[in-house]
Design a protein around this ligand. Structure first.
Ligand SMILES: Cc1cc2nc3c(=O)[nH]c(=O)nc-3n(C[C@H](O)[C@H](O)[C@H](O)COP(=O)(O)OP(=O)(O)OC[C@H]3O[C@@H](n4cnc5c(N)ncnc54)[C@H](O)[C@@H]3O)c2cc1C
Length: 380
C-alpha cells in the first residue's frame, strides 16, 4: 500500500508516525477546537492569541502524554528531516506556536502530572502542560500559591512550559522578580535529544528561559511555593487599571519593553506619545511600568544588562481591526521604541520581523505525507 507517487523513505516515515499515534487535524474539526480551547470560542482554524497568524489547512498533530513518547517522535522527526513546533496553550501572539510548512505540531498539554506531596517542604513538581491556573487553583485550596503568575488569568491560562519559556513577569514581580527566581529545577529535552534535569546552580540554567527557538523542550519543573497569606499582603497592582471586560471580537494586544531603571520615565513618555499618534488605530487600555526586582539572576534572553533589577514598561490596548495594515502600523510604531531602550524586547508581541507571513500552509512534501497517512488510516 505504501508505494506509488511516494518515496519509500516517506512511506516508512508515515508508518512510524502512524504507529506513534500522530493525528491528522482538519480545519473545522474538534481537534482545532481543542487546540484553541483557551482562545475565543468557535474558531475553525488554528491561531494564537494574536488572532492574526493562522493555519487554515490540514496539519499533523502529536499529543504526547509522557516524556518517552515525546522523545520517540523527536527522534523520528530528526531522522526524517521533518520539523516540529511546540505549543502550550497558544497564548503568545507571535506565531511561535503555529506549525510552518514542514512542521508537525507537538502539543504538550497532556504532560500535566502535578505532584504536591512536598508542599510542606515549600515546593511542588509539575508537568509542562499543566496550566498556571490549574496549578494555582490546586495550591490555593491548601493555602499556597505561586509567587509569580500571569496577569489576566480570567482570559484563560498559559501552560507552565509556555510561561517558563516565553513569559515569567507579572505585576507581583516588583516584589518577587521573575518566575525564574522561584524554579528549583527544570527537566528539558536538549537539541541533542537528551532528557536532562537542570538545577538552578547549573551554568546553563539562565539560558532555559526565553529561548524562542525550541532548543530546550521543557517537560517538567520543580517550583517554589509561598503561603497565600504572604501573597495577599503584596500590592499586585502596579498595573493601574482593572483588566477591561474581555470581548472576543475586541481582544487586546500588548507591547512590553525592558529597560534600565534610569530609562523608564523616558520610555513611558515615548510610549505615551506613540499611543497618542496611534489613537485612530487602537484603543489604549493602559500604559504600565513596574520594576522587576530582587532577581537572583536575569536570563540573558529576557534582559541583557548585568544587573539584578530592570523595569518592564508596556502598553496594551485593542486595535480597531486586525488587518495587516493596522497591525503592521501599530507594530512598527512600537518597534521603533526598541531603539531607545537597553535590552528592549517586545516579548510575545506580534512580530512581523520574525514572522512576515500571516498564513501558514503545508509544503508539498508534507501534503503528500498527510495524504498518505489519511489513506492508510482510512483503509486500516
Ligand atoms: C491574557 C494573557 C495574559 C498574559 N499575561 C502575562 C503576564 O502577566 N506575564 C507574562 O510574562 N506573560 C503573560 N502572557 C504571555 C504568556 O504568558 C506567554 O505568551 C506564554 O508563553 C504563553 O504560554 P502558552 O502555554 O500559551 O505557550 P504558547 O503560546 O503555546 O507558546 C509560546 C512559546 O513557548 C514555546 N513553548 C511552549 N511550551 C513549551 C515547552 N514546554 N518547552 C519549550 N518551549 C515551549 C512555544 O514553542 C512558543 O515558542 C499573557 C498572555 C495572555 C494571552
Amino acid at each position: 500500500m505504501l508505494t506509488g507517487r511516494f518515496s519509500s523513505d516517506d512511506a516508512s516515515i508515515v508508518a512510524a508516525l502512524i504507529e506513534l499515534g500522530v493525528q491528522v487535524i482538519d480545519p473545522c474539526s474538534s481537534g482545532i477546537f481543542r487546540l484553541n480551547k483557551t482562545l475565543k470560542p468557535g474558531l475553525d482554524f488554528l491561531t494564537d492569541f494574536s488572532y492574526y497568524y493562522f493555519r487554515k489547512d490540514t496539519f499533523l498533530l502529536f499529543n504526547p502524554s509522557s516524556c518517552s513518547e515525546l522523545l520517540s517522535i523527536l527522534q523520528l522527526l530528526r531522522a526524517s528531516g521533518l520539523r516540529y513546533v511546540i505549543r502550550g496553550n497558544g497564548h503568545s501572539l507571535n506565531a511561535s506556536s503555529i506549525p510552518g510548512p514542514e512542521d508537525i505540531l507537538i502539543s504538550l498539554t497532556e504532560i500535566r502530572d502535578l505532584d504536591i506531596s512536598n508542599l510542606s517542604k515549600g515546593f511542588i513538581d509539575a508537568g509542562a502542560g499543566s496550566t498556571m491556573n490549574e496549578i494555582n487553583s490546586s495550591l490555593s485550596k491548601l493555602g499556597y500559591t505561586l509567587p509569580v503568575s500571569p496577569d489576566g488569568s480570567d482570559l484563560g491560562s498559559p501552560t507552565l512550559g509556555g510561561f517558563l519559556q516565553a513569559g515569567g513577569i507579572c505585576s507581583s514581580s516588583y516584589k518577587y522578580g521573575g518566575f525564574w527566581n522561584h524554579i528549583i529545577s527544570i527537566t528539558a529535552i536538549t537539541d541533542l535529544l537528551d532528557l536532562v534535569n537542570f538545577c538552578s546552580s547549573d551554568p546553563i540554567f539562565p539560558r532555559l528561559f526565553g529561548t524562542r527557538h525550541n532548543s530546550y523542550i521543557i517537560t517538567n519543573a520543580r517550583l517554589k511555593v509561598i503561603s497565600r497569606d504572604e501573597s495577599t499582603s503584596v500590592d499586585t497592582r502596579p498595573i493601574n487599571k482593572p483588566i477591561p471586560h474581555y470581548s472576543s471580537s475586541r481582544s487586546p494586544i500588548w507591547f512590553n519593553f525592558h529597560c534600565d531603571n534610569d530609562q523608564s520615565n523616558m520610555v513611558v513618555k515615548t510610549i505615551t506619545s506613540v499611543c497618542s499618534e496611534l489613537r485612530p488605530f487602537w484603543q489604549l487600555y493602559d500604559i504600565y511600568s513596574y520594576p522587576v526586582n530582587n532577581n537572583l539572576f536575569i536570563p540573558p534572553n529576557i534582559f541583557t544588562s548585568n544587573v539584578s533589577s530592570f523595569v518592564r514598561v508596556g502598553a496594551w490596548g485593542c486595535p480597531i481591526n486586525r488587518s495587516t495594515h493596522v497591525l503592521e502600523y501599530i507594530s512598527k510604531k512600537f518597534a521603533s521604541i526598541s531603539n531607545i531602550c537597553t535590552g528592549a524586547i517586545a516579548a510575545n508581541a506580534i512580530n512581523f520581523r520574525h514572522y512576515p507571513i500571516r498564513s501558514f500552509a503545508a509544503s508539498s512534501r508534507m501534503n503528500s505525507i498527510i495524504r498518505l497517512i489519511r489513506s492508510v488510516l482510512l483503509y486500516s
